[in-house]
Design a protein around this ligand. Structure first.
Ligand code: ASP
Length: 336
């Protein structure tokens, strides 16, 4: 009797094993890349080249945002708006599937802060290098020191701002817009958002993320936002999911935004709802009246490749790229 049971169980076990190995063979992981704003369309193309060839998500998220760092008409990279003293200072972070992460903040005159962040991750025992130290490290790694020349758009906007020199940061206020003028330019010649966050799942089932920005236009010299702060502007837990953010960094740091999105996903919450809950938490922390003056937005992917985004106000969008859905721009839902 016992023996028969053993044989029966044995054959059931074999069937289960063959079924699960069959399942494994037939359900290949579909790569996906998601990035903030419409600049994400171009960035996703570069990331997709890596992913569709079976490449690693960490390479995809670096290559992807490098495109945006070079785009002239964009508020990421060296052509971005300066701080209130006239310096372009850049922040970036990157994180892989093993909790390895690297970041730079207040970095000047380097074309690709995201690649410096990756070197911090791979070549130092640290997570974050700032200012002069970050620049010295970049130079020691062979990055070139660029001339500190403001782009024409940035010079124009800075001169305009200097007329009043009002320290009143306006960030990502887009709810007056009915459409987003390409590329991200408003009628009054103001660029209004200045970050790209990218998260990706590769065909090996691994998640990674990157985030790069010039931060808030005309910020105080030395101001650092959420983008290079792991847990705020970016977080990846390969067992659960990945999230990144854009918008007023101070309000994202206060609630450890991207980490909190991942924690909601850990409890089985869909990425879109997880983003929404975190935006709501930021509103609660700030108070509804003050929250009306800012914008924040999150995007997230879970381990299954489900994704979503949510913003505080109308106007946030994000680009998604999968094999079936090549580079679609999605207008995010919003809470206000
Ligand atoms: N989050 C960025 C910062 O606060 C700015 C942005 O996303 O537009 O530095």
């Amino acid at each position: 009797m016992q023996r028969r049971k053993f044989i029966e169980l044995g054959s059931l076990g074999f069937m289960a094993f063959s079924f699960s190995s069959f399942q494994k063979k037939t359900t290949a992981i579909q790569p996906i890349v998601l990035s903030t704003w419409d600049a994400g369309i171009n960035a996703n193309k570069a990331a997709w080249e890596v992913l569709r060839n079976g490449g690693k998500s960490i390479d995809a998220v670096e290559k992807g945002v490098m495109v945006t760092e070079l785009e002239r008409n964009c508020c990421v990279g060296l052509s971005a708006y300066p701080d209130r003293d006239g310096f372009v200072t850049l922040d970036a972070s990157i994180m892989d599937e093993n909790f390895n992460c690297g970041a730079v903040a207040c970095l000047q005159r380097i074309k690709h802060p995201i690649s410096v962040a990756r070197r911090v991750m791979e070549k130092t025992p640290h997570v974050l290098l700032v200012g002069e130290g970050a620049q010295q490290f970049a130079l020691s790694e062979g990055f070139a020191l660029e001339e500190p020349i403001l782009s024409d758009d940035a010079t124009k906007a800075y001169k305009n701002w200097l007329k009043k020199s009002e320290y009143k940061p306006i960030i990502n206020i887009e709810h007056n817009q009915s459409t987003i003028l390409p590329p991200q330019k408003l009628e009054n010649n103001q660029w209004n958002h200045d970050t790209i966050g990218m998260i990706a799942l590769d065909s090996h089932g691994n998640l990674s993320g990157s985030c790069t920005t010039s931060g808030m236009a005309f910020k105080m010299h030395g101001r650092v936002g959420d983008s290079p702060i792991i847990g705020a502007g970016l977080f990846v837990d390969n067992e659960v999911g990945a999230a990144t953010s854009t918008g007023q960094g101070e309000d994202i740091i206060r609630i450890a935004g991207s980490h909190t999105v991942v924690e909601f996903m850990r409890h089985g919450i869909h990425p879109q709802l997880a983003c929404k809950k975190v935006v709501e938490r930021a509103v609660k922390a700030k108070g509804i009246e003050k929250a009306k003056e800012i914008q924040i937005g999150f995007i997230a992917i879970n381990k299954k490749g489900e994704y979503g985004g949510y913003a505080l106000q109308k106007g946030f969008n994000y680009a998604v790229c999968t094999a079936d859905n090549f580079n679609k721009l999605i207008n995010s839902k919003y809470v206000l």
